[in-house]
Design a protein around this ligand. Structure first.
Ligand code: IVH
Length: 665
């Protein structure tokens, strides 16, 4: 009879098999429901028999991640980049160079798609995924293994056992998933990702692998380092056998014309592919010839990227509009006669800022060349001067805010032109969307459209008004109704329980992001304490520099802002950190202590050590002063340790710290 161990083995094997069929081959043989049932059975068994938990179990794709920063790993073989070409002539030159350097050989070139994603190196030991590292600077990258485990087109166990190997390839995000992510971000008032590549790169660095799993990244393998196959092409076949997705669009070519024909056909394929590509990669197929040629410091001599040019189109600029952002920055936007570029209809393009507008001398009525590169928002490349009608006047950047008509101010440091009226409705909309967004107050039922409506109808003049909204009146608004109004009321009620640091972030104070808000909340504990604090005291908090300190002081000293904060207090929002809010530990040995970490610790990075101090109840700061209560000194602690000794501050080493952590549970 088979016991739990055997059943676990069986389930792991069959689930990994189904996972491969579904994600890599796109040929599932069981339904999603059946898959979920098997997975649940496995999870239940693993819970009752943790001793049989296997490293290659599909339940381990999303583990927990305690580390806050990613450890650095040096690449055994550097991750090089590729030399770029954009023309058939340059490809011919490349082929001629190969023939010169390797005379009297039959040269074959493997041609494949250049996926526009993020390079990744994955290490397997005894067939098991043990480490995944980003390219970084090519010499060393970051170990992002927990996040990479969530990518379903990457096997956790190779389909054929190999003692040790390193696989390289490209992580990417498909168009559909990318659009869904941006739609959600838009709804939540978060900044949009410019393109799938940025979104993939950002996702790989998320702190929580569960969020990474939701983003549904994919992967195409394109090389095994040190493979014993004779050619690159057979290397790709081997990767397929091992269980990787390898891009199917690939050919072998011997003549430059064949390479160019493949490049042209791929350019044609582009609009139909569900992911971004930015060219093709041409590699000398014979691996022994590759090593004969070797590499320069940056690029291999045996390969070249043959890129596509960004697609351009000509159209007429009808009007230059102005957008007012959350922080009051006023940016020009080009409204265009709709035109087809790179498979989409484009009717708006970015003009960045007033300086860029003046530099390009773009005028309303001009014929312009627009370009759609990797970004979702196309750019204006230049004006077609020959087509400019005679009477066009240079664009006069207004000196009044288009939304509230108050005077605009030039922000010298940032080339931005800003509306500084705190009551400006355009800023209020941006601010309210930010306030309600998922990482801030997370108010369900309050999307972009409703925010716009509430402000246009003068029902909301500051974010605190949200909490005074008569729900019957909300139900009467266009496209609302009882249910939506009730949803909003529930969302608002629920938001009252958000901890103080989220409220502080939600206020949208310039330069105060989620992490800074958390540090401030940890350090001072309440809005009233923050109001009373001097700029100097603020500077003593970790990661708080003069820009943040000045911005916060200016915000809290402004009477209108403080009035809104008082209204939020009346509404019942958390303006004080609850004790114990910052950590899960029951014993908080550093309670209230100001702690500095210095030198190198073996077990924790600097950031992790500071988080740990917070969890233990302490307040981490980076500068040592008479106010410091404790110094944690790692290896090579240096001058801070000497100074602490002089000031008579308590000093502990890593071993003592480990003891304290273990005792705190
Ligand atoms: S070969 C040393 N093959 O392009 C050879 N790279 O500019 C380097 N890329 O960092 C890699 N698709 O991220 C290779 N089929 C492909 C590729 C590819 C995309 C990326 C890769 C690399 C960059 C080089």
């Amino acid at each position: 009879m088979s016991g739990p161990k055997e059943r676990i083995d069986e389930l792991v094997h069959s689930l990994n098999e189904h996972n491969y069929r579904y994600n890599v081959l796109a040929q599932p043989t069981i339904s999603d429901r059946e898959y979920d049932q098997l997975l649940r059975e496995l999870q239940d068994l693993e819970e009752s028999h943790p001793e049989h938990l296997r490293a290659d179990s599909p339940s381990q794709r999303v583990g927990s991640n305690l580390s806050k920063s990613f450890p650095t790993v040096v690449h055994r073989t550097p991750m090089l980049s590729l030399e770029n070409t954009y023309s058939g002539d340059e490809v011919r030159e490349f082929v001629e160079r190969m023939e010169r350097e390797l005379p009297n050989r039959d040269l074959t070139y493997a041609c494949e798609l250049k996926i526009d994603g993020v390079a990744l190196s994955i290490h397997y030991e005894q067939g098991l995924l043990v480490r995944a590292v980003t390219r970084g600077d090519g010499t060393q990258g970051e170990d992002i293994t927990p996040n990479v485990r969530t990518i379903r087109t990457i096997p956790i166990r190779l389909r054929e056992p190999l003692p040790s190997c390193e696989i390289r390839g490209e992580v990417y995000l498909g168009h559909e998933v990318f659009s869904a992510i941006n739609r959600q971000r838009e709804e939540e008032g978060e900044p949009l990702f410019a393109n799938p590549r940025n979104s993939a790169a950002g996702t790989l660095k998320l702190q929580d692998p569960r969020s990474v799993a939701q983003r549904q990244l994919s992967f195409f393998a394109y090389a095994m380092i040190g493979a014993e196959t004779p050619s690159h092409y057979s290397n790709l076949d081997l990767l397929e056998t091992l269980g990787f997705a390898v891009n199917p669009h690939r050919v072998l070519a011997t003549r430059p014309e064949d390479i160019i024909a493949f490049w042209e056909s791929c350019d044609g394929l582009r609009p139909d592919l569900p992911y971004d590509i930015d060219g093709i990669v041409v590699k000398l197929d014979d691996l022994s010839l590759q090593s004969e040629l070797g590499s320069t410091a940056k690029t291999p001599r045996w390969a070249i990227a043959f890129k596509f040019s960004a697609e351009q189109a000509e159209t007429v600029l009808k009007r230059i509009g102005l957008q007012v952002g959350r922080t009051g920055a006023v940016t020009p936007v080009a409204h265009l006669l709709p035109v087809q570029v790179a498979g989409t209809t484009v009717s708006r393009a970015s003009l960045h800022n007033a300086d860029e507008l003046a530099r390009k001398d773009v005028r309303e009525g001009d014929t312009v060349i627009i370009e759609k590169g990797g970004d979702i928002i196309p750019k204006i490349v230049r004006v077609v001067e020959e087509k400019r009608p005679q009477d066009l006047r240079p664009f006069d950047f207004p000196d009044q805010c288009p939304a509230c008509e108050s005077a605009l101010v030039r922000d010298e440091a940032e080339v931005a032109i800003r509306c500084v009226n705190a009551a400006c409705p355009a800023q209020l909309k941006g601010n309210t969307r930010h306030f309600a967004s998922r990482t801030a107050m997370d108010i369900e039922g309050l999307g972009t459209a409703l925010v716009g409506l509430l402000i246009d109808e003068n029902r909301v003049c500051d974010v605190a008004d949200l909490y005074d909204l008569p729900i019957e009146k909300v139900a009467e608004l266009e496209r609302m109704g009882e249910r939506s109004a009730q949803n909003l009321r529930d969302g608002l009620e629920a938001s009252k329980t958000r901890p103080f640091h989220r409220v502080l972030f939600a206020l949208g104070i310039r330069h105060i992001g989620a992490t800074v808000a958390r540090n401030l909340a940890d350090a001072f504990g309440s809005i009233d304490a923050l109001k009373a604090v001097s700029e100097e005291d603020l500077l003593a908090v970790d990661e708080i520099g003069p820009t943040i300190a000045t911005s916060l002081r200016a915000y809290l000293d402004n009477d209108d802002n403080w009035r809104v904060i008082e209204k939020l207090r009346m509404a019942g929002l958390q303006l004080e950190a609850e004790s114990g809010e910052t950590g899960d530990l029951t014993i908080r040995p550093f309670d209230g202590k100001v702690v500095v970490v210095t030198g190198t610790l073996e077990r924790w990075s600097r950031q992790e050590a500071q988080d740990l101090v917070r969890q233990l109840g302490g307040r981490p700061t980076s500068s040592l002063s008479a106010k410091t209560d404790l110094l944690i000194a790692g290896e090579k602690a240096g001058s801070k340790k000497t100074k602490a000794e002089e000031l008579g501050i308590e000093i502990i080493d890593e071993k003592t710290l480990i003891g304290i952590v273990e005792a705190a549970g």
